[in-house]
Ligand binder design. Sequence first.
Ligand SMILES: [Zn+2]
Length: 380
Amino acid sequence: MLSFVISGLALNVMQVKTITPLPTSVKPGVVTGKALTDLLEHAKTNGYAIPAVNVVSSCSISGCLEAAKKCGGPMIIQFSRGGGQFYAGKTADNTNDAASIAGCIAGALHVREVAKLYGVPVILHTDHCMREWLPWFDGLIEANEAYFKTHGEPLFSSHMLDLSEEPLEENIETCKKYLERMSKVNLLLEMELGVTGGEEDGVNNEGVDASRLYTQPDEVWQVYKALSAVPNGQFTIAAAFGNVHGVYAGKIDLQPVILHNSQKYISEKLGGANKKPAFFVFHGGSGSSREDIRYAIEAGTIKMNIDTDTQWSFWDGIRQYEAKNRDYLQGQIGNPEGATKPNKKYYDPRMSLRAAEQSMAKRLGEAMADLNCVNVLGAN
Ligand SMILES: [Zn+2]
């Protein structure tokens, strides 16, 4: 009798937050095509967003996968153009973005090999690409097409084009042209409209006119209309609503209501059956309140970029390791225990880098809690 009551209570507790079963297409490891859109629909339906983290080394990849495994949620691992170059090595020949392309491909192959060992679905993505950087983007699309020929799916899950500095018509036209090519190998496109303020990875929007930080619902509709006309075209929209890259002392005036208004506007244009037709992406969210984040998720935000805070957490892990073990890190031999004592086990790079991974995974776990992205995978 007692055990019956206890299990009944447990059932009631679980019913407070019921997550629908994960679609069977979504399996541990890198997801693309139908599995990817099924996962994004699962996120939208269940009210969570997936964190997206820019990685620069296998250590930051491990930090991401560790957080996803511990939290029981999916993860978006992404490479920036500069991050890809760093992954290849700073002295590798980068003529025509060769190292940026090679580094992203190498990182993607690394993630593909290890991700399934963590038992979580992973989305492989690349970050901002402005028009001048299209040779990098083109190189990645070629790699996807080659991978598709052999494996029947693209190497990456998705890529971002950020032509938000340009007039909307040109932005849409170029995105549509690329999506027509990408859709043939089941790649999803993330596009941006409006301007995310601040500075990130060499793109500086600090002096931009404030009105451009807030997108209009009709502009989002124009994007939706054009891109949904592409056969098999899958896309997400990073619509600016006052977001700013980086952490600033100044006041940030986020207006996630713009995303709600945009969904309503698009839904009405389409006939109203689907109340949230668009997938939204949240850039520049460092320092946002949990309320703003959750309100943006309610509006169909399924991806949030978590960059600045994870960069700090990686460094903070090393900083704390060094502070704790400083007396053992000043030479190969000699520490407070004796002038001839070896310090090898302290300066082994695995020690400080592991501290960085753990610190990063911890911070990402907090982000996943903010995003409702904890225990969302069920028993699948
Ligand atoms: Zn961004």
